[in-house]
Write a protein that binds this ligand. Structure first.
Ligand code: FAD
Ligand code: NAG
Ligand code: NAG
Ligand code: NAG
Length: 491
């Protein structure tokens, strides 16, 4: 209490001293630096601005707004190299991103995965017999239900968390035949970007995104890009021009934050180009992958408990490879959008999507790889990846398949401003440790999808985390309540 009072006094004295120099009103308004102009940073800025805290500066390392929600031109089309789906639609609660997408009238496509059993290809080619594949899907479904039941009972009896794989072992049904592994990969890796061996059962089954917001997924394919949702939030408090670009001088692009000095009196943020920014508070929205590197040097160091919590969490890697062909050679029409390729190597170009509905006549396929395959692919030349994919396609559809004329392989893991694609909750991190990742350290606040209370890994998680972290800061500024106790260990 005494310490708090002293801090308040110092703050007052400093602001009064500055007030004499400049104008009293400006000086009394607290200043905040936001690191990162992705969904969470933009959302935090909006919440601060709504609360009257408008003295903000947003420092963004890249030359774009939106972070991991980013469109790119591919063969004349606008495709999403980052987030693509609104996940969690038509449930009891409204997904705030779905609301934005509808207000903006973005073009979206319901993803129907129901017919996969008729669209599962064998390693050497040809479809599996539908009844055979369906049986494998049915076994996987009941296994998933069993895992959810185990998760519920672990929570009820306050037992330790286990991995999804451990729950499969309890049923003595560990996926091992190639088709079982492909379905398992589709059920888990395709969602979490990491295998069931590492993923926490308790924190993913059931997944709040689907249980609260609904089971449905919509794929965004709009020339304006999924990033329109970030601009939608940004334009509510940042000035923009008639072309829709953000022109507000408080947003500074190409500013790579390398050092954050923090003390009881404020923060000093240094960028790679030698610029120095001072403020009362800083809000860091860089991904957990970035926080696990030394890109940003905190002075003094963040406390040990915080570093351990951050380093224990996982940043997954999920790679969406787009391919363009001179003509289509895959089945099209209802119930054919998604197909699986089964290979003895788990996760070897397993998940396919033909984008005939989204990009009619463009002859574009999307194949997704994750984790170790993503890391491997990021490190080899694109032509080698393309050759691997062509071989897989020729296995599936015959040797007359034409060569792809274009390929796009996003490389989020190698990018020092991302170091992966989205966080995944690993086995061994408790809710207590998870909360430690978000909790502020002095005048340094944290946001980002990895700090979302229930929705880590998602666009809506980033959006809601921005609001929550801003609320913590607002509470500190307005009521001087700046300590954020977290749940006791073991609860
Ligand atoms: C390939 C991929 C697929 C995905 N698919 C989906 C999906 O279908 N549906 C879904 O809901 N979610 C999906 N996600 C997740 C979703 O995109 C993220 O959860 C969300 O966009 C993260 O927002 P954020 O603000 O937390 O982080 P970011 O978007 O990473 O924002 C942080 C910002 O900080 C910047 N930055 C980093 N370091 C510094 C520094 N030192 N100085 C200054 N700036 C810095 C970064 O450039 C970035 O702009 C996907 C993500 C990827 C990459
Ligand atoms: C899961 O629990 C429900 C409700 O207790 C039960 O009806 C169902 O049979 C269980 N499913 C599995 C696969 O164990
Ligand atoms: C596909 O399904 C939709 C609605 O379910 C229907 O309107 C359409 O006619 C179908 N198209 C084909 C080619 O079967
Ligand atoms: C399911 O997929 C098969 C094979 O591609 C296709 O022939 C069939 O029409 C699809 N069924 C439905 C109900 O969409």
């Amino acid at each position: 209490m005494v310490a708090l009072e002293r801090e308040k006094m110092v703050f007052l004295v400093v602001t009064l001293a500055i007030g004499i120099h400049f104008t009293a009103t400006a000086a009394l308004e607290p200043s905040v630096i936001i690191v990162g102009a992705g969904m969470s940073g933009i959302s935090a800025g909006k919440r601060l601005s709504d609360a009257g805290i408008k003295n903000i500066v947003i420092l963004e390392a890249t030359n774009w707004i939106g972070g991991r929600i980013h469109k790119q031109n591919f063969a004349g089309l606008s495709v999403e190299i980052g987030a693509n789906w609104v996940e969690g639609v038509h449930g009891e609660q409204m997904n705030p991103i779905w609301e934005m997408v509808n207000k903006l009238n973005l073009k979206t496509f319901f993803s129907n995965y129901d017919n996969l059993s008729s669209n599962t290809y064998q390693q050497a080619g040809g479809l599996y017999k539908e009844s055979f594949a369906q049986q494998a899907f049915d076994v996987a479904d009941s296994l998933a239900e069993f895992s959810r039941n185990i998760s519920t009972s672990l929570t009820a009896s306050r037992e330790e968390d286990i991995s999804i794989l451990a729950s499969q072992r309890l049923k003595n049904l560990v996926p091992s035949a190639p088709i079982e592994m492909a379905i398992d990969y589709y059920n888990y890796d395709y969602e979490f970007a990491e295998p069931p061996r590492v993923t926490s059962l308790q924190n993913t089954e059931p997944l709040p995104t689907f249980s609260n917001f609904g089971e449905d997924l919509y794929f965004v394919a709009d020339p304006r890009g999924y990033e329109s949702v970030v601009y939608y939030v940004a334009k509510q408090y940042l000035t923009s021009n008639s072309a829709g670009q953000i022109t507000d001088s408080r947003v500074k692009l190409n500013k790579v934050v390398r050092e954050i000095r923090h003390s009881q009196s404020g923060v000093i943020v240094k960028t790679e180009d030698g610029a120095v920014f001072r403020a009362d508070y800083v809000m860091v929205s860089a991904s957990i992958g970035v926080l696990q590197t030394n890109l940003i040097n905190f002075q003094p160091d963040l406390p040990h408990w915080k570093i351990l919590a951050m380093y224990q969490f996982d940043m997954g890697v999920y790679t969406k490879i787009f391919l363009k062909f001179p003509y289509k050679f895959w089945p099209s029409g209802n119930g054919t959008e998604f197909f699986l390729y089964v290979h003895e190597k788990r996760g070897y170009y397993t998940i396919w999507q033909q984008l005939e509905r989204e990009y009619p006549g463009a002859n574009v396929l999307l194949v997704t790889v994750t984790d170790d395959e993503s890391r491997r692919i990021e490190q080899q030349p694109d032509y080698e990846t393309k050759a691997e994919i062509m071989e897989v396609l020729r296995n599936m559809f015959g040797k007359n398949v034409p060569e792809a004329t274009d390929i796009l392989i996003p490389k989020w893991w190698s990018n020092r401003f991302y170091k992966g694609t989205f966080s995944n909750w690993p086995i061994g991190v408790s809710r207590y440790e998870y909360d430690q990742i978000r909790v502020p350290v002095g005048r340094v606040y944290f946001t980002g999808e990895h700090t979302s209370e229930h929705y880590n890994g998602y666009v809506h998680g980033a959006y809601l985390a921005g609001i929550d972290s801003a609320n913590m800061l607002i509470r500190c500024i307005k009521t001087n309540f700046c300590k954020f106790p977290i749940a006791a260990k073991g609860t």
